[in-house]
Design a protein around this ligand. Structure first.
Ligand code: AHM
Ligand code: MG
Length: 337
């Protein structure tokens, strides 16, 4: 019997190109993002020894304090993607405006958005964090794409993924043909395909939410969670378990692995902010990965991937995960309207 052949990310991408599902430029783009994520993984895993913990002493456009690793990860992704010739422009959670590829380098046909280090409040306590990314096509005939050219619905993403820096580093990727997981082999510096076609179970008895915001939610949300908490004797007729890591990448990774529903709902904590998470580089890529694995992603009322964005850093309520549970949450909201 022959030993099982391990499939590297490089091989997977070449085979996808051969099958006509991606082109060479997208293959190169994903390979570059994966290389940047490997560098970020090395920096994250050094922790205190690398001198990378703590605040950078700066703030981003969202008014959030930046960690040293937020800034470093952003720089690693920008630098890695500048010269390859596959991108027209980049946008990031950490930059107010998108950034075109410098004139010194050739430009390609794609736009890349990323949250360089999601869940960064967890860095200093050694809990999993991650990088999230989304790839769109640059509109034809536009030589210098600006913020407005990024404002495309999530359905138009040509690729989405995240890299989780946990006990192991994993890249989870979709180019529109399923969601697949690769684990970093540190000795060889290569991502190896470890789960082809991830599937989110349709049913679940596990939810993920920050309950401390409960008093700020709208009535439909209060009612939905009250029924989950009522357990076996309540209207849902079963007991639910709860998990909240406060790293979206880690919570979504658990859901892709064993099911569940992740919720960051609308709340009235901060006027003018419809929830905390950002559409373009958090909700859209996670929505694509979850849908490609058979799950669902909603704002509570509409499919996330159908939304027409109107701002680069737009926020949106997020309900994603096991298909039937997302439908339950949506029903509470629709019935209340
Ligand atoms: P960040 O992009 O600034 O790290 O914020 C996003 C993170 C998500 O990873 C996580 O789901 C959420 O914020 C946690 O928020 P909270 O601290 O309100 O529970
Ligand atoms: Mg984030």
């Amino acid at each position: 019997m022959s030993a099982a052949v391990s499939v590297s990310l490089t091989r997977y991408l070449i085979e996808e190109q051969r099958a006509g599902r991606i082109d060479a430029e997208l293959r190169q783009l994903i390979a570059v993002v994966a290389r940047a994520c490997t560098s970020i993984s090395i920096a994250v895993s050094k922790g205190a020894l690398g001198g990378v913990l703590g605040d950078a002493g700066t703030g981003n456009v969202q008014g959030e304090a930046q960690k040293k690793l937020d800034v470093l990860s952003n720089d690693i992704l920008l630098e890695a993607n500048a010269w390859g010739g596959h991108l027209a422009a980049c946008a990031s959670e950490e930059m107010e405006h998108s950034q075109p590829i410098p004139d010194a380098f050739p430009k390609g046909g794609f736009l890349l958005l990323f949250d360089p280090l999601d869940g960064s409040s967890n860095i200093d306590v050694n809990v999993s964090v991650g990088t999230i990314f989304s790839v769109l096509r640059s509109p034809e005939g536009v030589s210098q794409p600006g913020d407005q050219h990024f404002l495309q619905p999530g359905r138009q993403q040509v690729a989405a993924g995240y890299c989780i820096y946990g006990p192991s580093t994993m890249l989870v990727l979709s180019t529109g043909h399923g969601t697949h997981a690769f684990t970093l082999d540190r000795e060889h510096g290569a991502f190896i395909l470890t789960q082809r076609d991830m599937r989110v179970p349709e049913e679940t008895a596990e939810f993920a939410i920050n309950m401390s915001n409960q008093r700020h939610w709208e009535p439909a949300m209060q009612a939905y969670v009250a029924d989950l908490l009522a357990g076996k004797d309540g209207p849902r007729g079963k007991n639910f378990n709860m998990r909240w890591i406060a790293s979206m990448v880690a919570d979504v990774h658990r859901i892709l692995t064993r099911g569940g529903i992740f919720i960051y709902p609308w709340d009235r904590k901060e006027p003018g902010k419809p929830g905390k998470l950002r559409l373009m580089y958090e909700a859209n890529p996670m929505g694509m990965l979850i849908e490609q694995a058979g799950g669902a992603a909603s704002t509570g009322r509409e499919d996330i991937l159908g939304l027409q964005p109107d701002q680069l850093h737009q926020r949106v309520p997020v309900f994603l995960g096991s298909r039937n549970e997302v439908a339950q949450a949506v029903a509470y909201h629709r019935n209340a309207d």
